[in-house]
Ligand binder design. Structure first.
Ligand SMILES: Nc1ncnc2c1ncn2[C@@H]1O[C@H](COP(=O)(O)OP(=O)(O)OP(=O)(O)O)[C@@H](O)[C@H]1O
Length: 262
């Protein structure tokens, strides 16, 4: 069953994949290892007093989480703990069937842990928690599933982005807020040069992924989770999406789930 190797708060971040993973745990069998790598340093977090800089920061923390689907006898995840500093880029890597999607669904609030908690913990200048942990609200988490373009429904890019928006009469203030978020999301992912009247299905593979990201970014999530974001893309589109994620990481925390370490 599961083992894991990280205390809360987590040890210092790793910056390259040559480093050992931040956590390793064995969800169901010793063959099915899940690893978390922190592949880019957070932009704002500083270890207390390093280089004379002190500042407060927060982390997403998964604390001793276990999950057993309703009506089953087996835990799919067992005692999983790790943390991700804000504005950092984490990679959860594990073989097929190791529990990546199960973990991702818990983080996104689609399922609830059977035990343990998922929260945001803020730390003060001294590196100690400065308040009680807050639960991670599902609306603060954006999730892009594998092959998101398969789920596009609308005839235009604009309609696809605003698909889930309130249909009833909303206040002018809310409309303005949504319009600003839309503009920002479109700029973030580099869709600003493309007509929003275009059919999403006419976009290239890389641009379809950009659109899927924009749909989530409109909500300005604190944590963006991407399930196999490069799956099915050619090398050019892959490079394009990686560049975009590098850019987005300056704005929010990103957690990528993949079975492919390369
Ligand atoms: N509701 C459920 N009831 C019982 N077993 C389940 C349930 N959901 C998932 N599983 C099993 O739990 C294991 C982990 O599944 P999960 O989809 O999280 O793996 P994964 O790492 O995301 O795999 P992949 O990379 O193939 O998507 C698999 O063996 C799966 O069959």
């Amino acid at each position: 069953m599961a083992t894991f190797a990280s205390a809360i708060p987590a040890p210092l971040h790793r910056t390259t994949l040559r480093s050992p993973p931040l956590i390793s745990f064995t969800p169901r069998s010793r063959q099915a290892l899940l690893n978390l790598y922190l592949i880019m340093k957070p932009t704002r977090e500083r270890t207390p007093h390093s280089h004379g800089i002190t500042c407060s920061f927060s982390r997403f923390e998964v604390r001793d989480v276990s999950y057993r689907p309703p009506g089953t006898e087996l835990n799919l995840l067992n005692g999983v703990s790790f943390s991700l500093p804000e504005r950092s880029f984490g990679l959860i890597f594990g073989k097929s069937g190791s529990g990546k999607t199960t973990l991702l669904q818990l983080l996104a609030g689609i399922n609830k842990p059977t035990s343990g908690s998922i929260c945001i913990q803020r730390y003060g200048d001294d590196g100690k928690p400065n308040q009680s942990p807050e639960p991670l609200p599902p609306e603060r988490v954006g999730i892009v599933f594998q092959f998101p373009e398969r789920y596009f429904l609308a005839d235009t890019i604009l309609d696809e982005v605003i698909f889930g928006w309130p249909r009833r009469k909303s206040s002018l203030q809310l409309k303005e807020h949504l319009a600003l978020n839309l503009q920002r999301a479109v700029n973030w992912v580099g869709l600003n040069g493309i007509s929003l009247d275009k059919d999403p299905q006419s976009l290239s593979g890389g641009y379809k992924r950009r659109l899927a990201l924009a749909i989530q970014l409109v909500q300005v999530p604190d944590l963006l989770i991407l399930d196999e974001p490069l799956a099915g893309l050619d090398w050019k589109a892959r490079a394009d999406v990686v560049k975009l994620l590098r850019h987005l990481k300056k704005e929010l925390s990103i957690l990528v789930v993949s079975h492919d370490l390369k």
